[in-house]
Ligand binder design. Structure first.
Ligand code: NAP
Length: 294
């Protein structure tokens, strides 16, 4: 059911995969005239039945709206679709919510600007089911004037935050935030595998793990402060004690016949700092091993 469309900016959504469908739903349900296009055209059927306009080509879809939201497989695909619409891009705002690399965002942002269009890059922190709810947030970067102009429409997807005018900044944040997520997943796999060697089911260890990690996450802002100051003195938890703890975990992992692939690299980073004379420094000093590169 669409609400009143009076005064709402027309929006095009290119790409109706899992995320694109949810984005189009959010715009449509709040009364934005919404044009949709997808390579597999049948994915537009439900939205068209609810009031969206179907475009025959990506170029037609771009021509239909001031705001062009793109969410497809990768940046190569985004580039391909936008190139097919190059003649109609001028004066529009491209909001690219596809996940990619900072380099790809810089390249695409420069090309879109060359076409006379505004480029806003975005990173979505939601699953399709949480789009439009208070659980969703989106980081945007690029053309700030275009972002501010269309902020109220974009806020329909989830709480937006503008992180800077360089087009690649949201992608830089995205790479960092997703790295943190994959690190957490690595810890989860390690915990479940280790408990499983003694017949403990994944569900049983996970309920304890979630409680432990929810508390542990509160240490991060303190670590961040130490890192930003470059001062690693601690009376809380030093590198040496953590290195001993991690060595115990690795020994147990090996003894239980599991791979140490996930955690052994972290031990090497701890050891590099200890070898350099920083055994009594905060665990947060591990960042310096990463910064030193390999
Ligand atoms: N799903 C999420 O929870 C989520 C959250 C945050 C960010 N994202 C990001 O959003 C983007 C889309 O994710 P998704 O989950 O919606 O993926 P998806 O369901 O797999 O959809 C992929 C979309 O890309 C299209 N596509 C693939 N190759 C194409 C080509 N060569 N030409 C034209 N269109 C092509 C697909 O079209 P067809 O339908 O024709 O195959 C489909 O519309 C990704 O960058 C993803 O990382 C997703």
């Amino acid at each position: 059911m669409t609400s009143n469309t009076a005064g709402r900016t027309p929006i095009t959504v290119l790409g109706l995969g899992n995320l694109g469908q949810a984005l189009a739903d959010a715009f449509l349900s709040q009364g934005h005239p919404t044009t949709v296009w997808n390579r597999s055209a049948h994915k537009a059927d439900r939205l068209v039945a609810q009031g969206a306009s179907r475009a025959a080509t990506a170029a037609d879809a771009v021509a239909a709206a001031e705001i062009v939201v793109v969410t497809v497989l990768d940046y190569d695909t985004v580039g391909e679709l936008l190139r097919s619409a190059a003649g109609t891009l001028a004066g529009r705002t491209v909001v690219n919510l596809t996940t990619g690399t900072p380099g790809a965002a810089r390249e695409l942002g420069a090309w879109v600007a060359d076409q006379g269009a505004a480029y806003v890059d975005g990173a979505v922190y939601a699953v399709p089911q949480t789009i439009g709810t208070s659980a969703a947030f989106v980081l945007y970067s690029g053309d700030e004037a275009a972002y501010r102009k269309h902020q109220s429409a974009l806020d329909l997807l989830g709480e937006g935050a503008f992180v800077g005018s360089a087009p690649d900044l949201s992608s830089v944040y995205d790479t960092a935030l997703l790295s943190g997520m994959y690190g957490m997943f690595a810890g989860f796999f390690q915990a479940v595998a280790l408990a499983g060697t003694e017949g403990i089911e994944a569900g049983a260890v996970t309920s304890k793990l979630v409680r432990w990690l929810t508390g542990a996450v509160e240490a991060l802002p303190g670590f961040a402060e130490e890192i930003d100051r470059g001062e690693y003195a601690t009376t809380t938890s030093n590198l040496e004690i953590n290195a001993v703890g991690l060595r115990n975990i690795l020994a147990t992992t090996e003894a239980q016949g599991l791979s140490t692939d996930l955690l052994a690299p972290l031990q090497r980073l701890f050891d590099d700092q200890i070898d350099a004379g920083h055994a009594s420094s905060s665990l947060s000093r591990t960042i310096e091993s990463l910064r030193a590169g390999r």
